[in-house]
Design a protein. Structure first.
Length: 365
């Protein structure tokens, strides 16, 4: 993989710039003179090494390094600084945040060797860090499975027993309590299921794996969407507010994943819509299969904050965000796309596109 270098330099003359020489050596060079744009580019483009060459307008090299090292995505990104002459106190320069420095006149072979070494160490560290994250995620998933789900099943079972006690002993208060326990347990069960599925999809996406086997899977999208939509609306107590406009079609997607996608999008639409507001589910099949779920223009502001920047989202919106992320990953893994938009006066619309499939031919007996 070609090393990517972010070159921040204030050199005005082309012959003074390092960009052409680095490009000629085979590096992927991102050159920038504006310090603020350079820091932003470091976050977005994820270079292997940042090289600061010369004075940049309105900002010292140490200020740039501090900005890079205080931002989460670039906090440990290696920085090499090129200075006019060997500093009297090299340690002070390194204490300001630079990982290495070279003085002019530049020893080109030494500079290339330094960039290669820093790139290699940075990638090794990233690989190690990602392995540790995957190990931690796997342990969390296992813990959720064994230490949380089993006790939760016991809570659900006992809650259902209490909910049935009204018919046995006439204890309506106890039955009401049982129903509340069951409802809360179901919500928790579903949220834990979302977290575990999200972790599983993260692993599969990171490994560039697909849930589609060789040859793919096809599903009767019309039947699955209709059945799942009706069932989900009933579970939400909103069946009268569900509007369907579906076209017969088949799609290249695993049936269980399409059920997840439909249920999550409809639950999301009902969650952000006030009682009595309609939620429409429409589909059409052209070059690709398209599924659209639309919530009413009147949305619940607290839950619709899922569309705001992270720091402005409410706790209730975070659960919706996890659900949408699961949908997005499932759709992408099947070669599709998800677009969710909120427009003033038009509500919230989620559009899923998936590869279209032909209806399987019946197998001759």
């Amino acid at each position: 993989m070609v090393a990517r270098i972010l070159l921040l330099e204030g050199a005005a003359e082309r012959e003074e710039s390092l960009a052409p020489r680095l490009s000629a050596e085979g590096f992927d060079v991102l050159a920038e003179k504006d310090p603020a744009k350079g820091v932003q580019m470091a976050s977005e483009k994820q270079p292997d090494v940042v090289v600061i060459n010369g004075r940049l307008p309105g900002c010292s090299a140490s200020d740039i390094v501090k900005q890079l090292h205080t931002a989460e995505p670039t906090g440990l990104l290696p920085v090499v600084q090129i200075v006019d002459s060997t500093p009297q106190d090299p340690q002070a320069l390194l204490d300001d945040g630079a990982d290495d420095y070279l003085a002019r006149p530049l020893d080109w072979p030494a500079f290339l060797a330094l960039l290669s070494a820093r790139t290699r160490r940075w990638r090794e560290w990233n690989a190690f860090y990602n392995r540790r994250i995957e190990q931690t995620r796997s342990k969390v998933v296992q813990a959720l499975s064994h230490e949380v789900f089993y006790p939760l099943l016991e809570i659900e079972a006992n809650g259902e027993y209490l909910a049935r006690s009204e018919a046995v002993a006439g204890a309506s208060a106890v039955a009401d309590t049982g129903r509340e326990i069951v409802s809360a347990a179901h919500r928790l069960h579903r949220m834990l299921g979302k977290l575990m599925l999200a972790a599983t999809l993260e692993e599969e996406t990171a490994g560039a794996e697909s849930r589609l086997p060789a040859g793919g899977q096809t599903a009767d999208a019309y039947a699955i969407v209709k059945q799942t939509a009706v069932q989900t609306a009933q579970l939400c107590g909103r069946e009268e507010e569900l509007v369907l406009a579906l076209e017969p079609a088949w799609a290249q997607v695993a049936a269980v994943d399409l059920e997840w996608i439909v249920e999550e999008l409809i639950r999301h639409a009902f969650s952000v819509s006030p009682p009595g507001a309609a939620v429409s589910v429409a589909s059409r099949a052209k070059r690709r299969y398209e599924l659209t779920v639309t919530a009413a223009p009147e949305v619940i502001a607290e839950r619709a904050s899922v569309y705001l920047p992270a720091g402005h989202r409410t706790t209730s919106a975070l659960g919706l965000e996890i659900g949408l992320e699961i949908v997005r990953r499932l759709v992408v893994m099947h070669g599709g796309s998800l677009e969710v938009r909120r427009k003033a006066g038009k509500g919230i619309r989620a559009v899923v596109e998936l590869p279209r499939a032909e209806k399987p031919r019946p197998v001759d007996a």
